[in-house]
Design a protein around this ligand. Structure first.
Ligand code: TRP
Length: 460
């Protein structure tokens, strides 16, 4: 469609979609979810969710987007099912909520980059103080949101695509090097054992739903981000192989991040259950141990690239509401971008204060039947990422399988993959979207809401 913009190449689309997927979710969140979820058992469940449940949903999202060349809500109307627009609207809301807290953490990463440049390795043990310095961290947040808005305002191929193509490979190289370094350290192998040898007694229902929320979050699924990106994809591209590459890249990098971090955690005698501070507390000491200039270089580079990984993700989060405003409300792109960015930054302020600065926001809510309170930031995350994303995935699977129907979505995929509908993969996707995704996602969504927010526990 003229005027809306397109990715200029297949690699560009994959780089941008993988750039959206790979972010703080992989390098910051995945390791601490693994740490809190008992290690290898969590990893296994996570991997199963990614390949069995999430991959089909990813194909479904991209296909909806490419078939309509419209934003997450408009796409449903264009297919002739306006009653299902609410799925896209839900996605727009989820995107706004996720970006509001995600930007706060991205600000931490950016701040750590500056600390590393200045050689302040002690910042690891001062993490708690660092995040309560809300004026400083807030300023980093403003810089980050502005950078995001700048890229989104430049549009798809000039902004999003160009940045992703260079940054992703560099990040992989540095993580690989750090992983190899970690393996040479004393006690490093204890970290690997924690990470890779499953202890099934650690699997609780909470571990299962955290793994599901994490899988959706990490793959950028369930809120129409990939409907939106798919809408800039040309008809010749092969959706199923693109989605496979995106999934593999994302899962691969999360897996590597775990392999990198746990040897460091055990080497320093820290607790893998360290929560949201895990990488921020652990890594500066590691960089210091590299010695002087090396430590400064590797440390700065690491947090710089982490910031960039976060940036290609925040870009995709902002793009969802922006595309919605541009397509559906005929707003000018520039106005939509800067207005949304400003609004989301403001909505993120309570999350910024929720990490120790404000008592009120830091222990904001105690769910029914829960023993301890959750911060405002936790609450936003639990609602948006752990609840809305699996719900969105459920709705998208049901929509594609039962409303849009097989012959139509298959036909759209066939545009770039002639003969696809005859393959085994096509039958597998049809089967999972019809039966597996709706049942499992629907059940886990309901059970998650009941157990997390209302203290109803079915599994002891
Ligand atoms: N996937 C990103 C990460 O792992 C976060 C993200 C970007 C996201 N866009 C999204 C999550 C859309 C859900 C939906 O850091």
């Amino acid at each position: 469609m003229a005027g809306r913009g397109n990715f200029s190449s297949r690699l560009g689309f994959i780089a941008a979609a993988a750039g959206s997927a790979v972010g703080l979710g992989n390098i910051w969140k995945f390791p601490f979810e693994v740490g809190g979820g008992g290690g290898a058992a969590f990893v296994l469940i996570y991997l199963a969710f990614c390949f069995v449940l999430c991959y089909p949903v990813m194909v479904a999202e991209i296909t909806i987007g490419r078939a309509t060349h419209l934003n997450a809500a408009g796409a449903f109307s264009k297919l002739g099912f306006s009653r299902f627009r609410f799925i896209g609207i839900l996605g727009v809301i989820a995107g706004i909520m996720i970006l509001s807290f995600y930007n706060v953490v991205a600000g931490w990463a950016l701040g750590y980059f500056i600390e590393m440049v200045m050689g302040n390795f002690a910042i690891g043990s001062q993490f708690g103080t660092f995040i309560t310095n809300v004026f400083k961290v807030g300023a980093y947040g403003i810089v980050f949101m502005a950078a995001t808005a700048f890229i989104v305002s430049r549009g798809v191929s000039q902004g999003i695509e160009k940045a992703s193509k260079i940054l992703m490979p560099t990040l992989i190289v540095i993580i690989l090097s750090l992983t190899i370094y970690g393996l040479t350290l004393p006690n490093g192998s204890d970290g690997i054992a924690f990470y890779l040898v499953p202890d099934f007694s650690k699997i609780t229902f909470e571990v299962v739903y955290n793994a599901l929320g994490q899988a959706f979050f990490s793959l950028s699924l369930g809120m129409g981000a990939l409907i939106t990106y798919g809408s800039y994809l040309s008809r010749e591209e092969n959706i199923v192989t693109s989605a496979a590459l995106i999934t593999l890249a994302d899962v691969g990098i999360a897996f590597l991040a775990g392999l990198m971090i746990f040897p460091f955690v055990f080497y320093q005698g820290l607790e893998p259950t360290g929560g949201a501070g895990l990488i921020f507390v652990t890594l500066p000491g590691v960089f210091e141990s590299l010695g002087g200039a090396w430590g400064t270089i590797v440390g700065s580079l690491f947090f710089l690239l982490l910031s960039f990984a976060a940036l290609t993700s925040t870009v995709s989060l902002l793009e969802v509401p922006v595309a919605y405003l541009v397509d559906e409300h005929k707003m000018k792109r520039g106005k939509a971008v800067w207005g949304m960015a400003g609004l989301i930054f403001l909505l993120g302020i309570p999350s910024l204060l929720a990490n120790g600065y404000s008592e009120f926001f830091s222990s904001f809510i105690t769910y029914f039947g829960a023993e301890s309170s959750n911060s405002f930031m936790d609450l936003v995350e639990h609602i948006s990422s752990d609840s809305f994303l699996p719900l969105g995935g459920f709705l998208i699977a049901v929509f594609v399988a039962y409303v849009w129907r097989k012959e139509n979505w298959m036909a759209e995929i066939e545009n770039g993959a002639p003969g696809f509908s005859e393959t085994f993969l096509a039958k597998y996707l049809d089967f999972t979207l019809r039966y597996i995704c709706p049942v499992i996602l629907g059940a886990i969504f309901v059970l998650t809401v009941l157990s997390r927010f209302f203290g109803v526990n079915f599994f002891g």
